[in-house]
Design a protein around this ligand. Sequence first.
Ligand code: CA
Length: 230
Amino acid sequence: MKKILIIEDEVNIAELEKDYLEIDGFVVEIENNGNNGLSRCQDENYDLIILDLMLPGLDGFEICRRLRKYSTVPIIMVSAKTEDMDKIRGLGLGADDYMIKPFSPLEMVARVKAHIARHERLLGFRPDSGDEIEIKGLVINKASRRVLLNGQEITFASKEFDLLVFLASNPNRVLAKEQIYVHIWGEEAFGDLTTVAVHIRKIREKIEADPSNPQYLETVWGAGYRFTAG
Ligand code: CA
């Protein structure tokens, strides 16, 4: 699992970022102070740092400058002031990206994924072929996009597979239709939320012994869906 450090003194913002990143399967830690943030970067390996500019203790400029002396970890800098972004560029600190607060958490997640992927390509990373989810006889291999149920292979359309992975990656957690829609079909996509229900029904027909009494994919009335991991 990919590990992200958020160095941010505004607790509400840090928690919001953390929630969105955790839904996408990231492990997220938060530091509220610049000095602690830098020392945590030195003690642990992160796959990406989200770095606020104005912090108690060392500021984001200084943290970025010091990190870059020894690390190529992707850094996304955030600030409430547009003019800070010009300063970041001007100083040539080596930040990979910058975002102005307030920003869309979904946009942030998209950028986080893009920067981690780019960094892995630079390092020559190859995805682990054993990247599997196994729940109650259902085995989902994300790398090969294959699904086995009690040893029998089941085929899924592309979006059905993506949806199954998203739900199974968040076991026992209620996911709202809107959240599912945005994750699978994209923030910009314009569509009908019944698309989600249609795909859920198709997945149930494939993995549930009795689709009207689902053991994996539960409907939580008025809230969304939950993948039950037992
Ligand atoms: Ca701040």
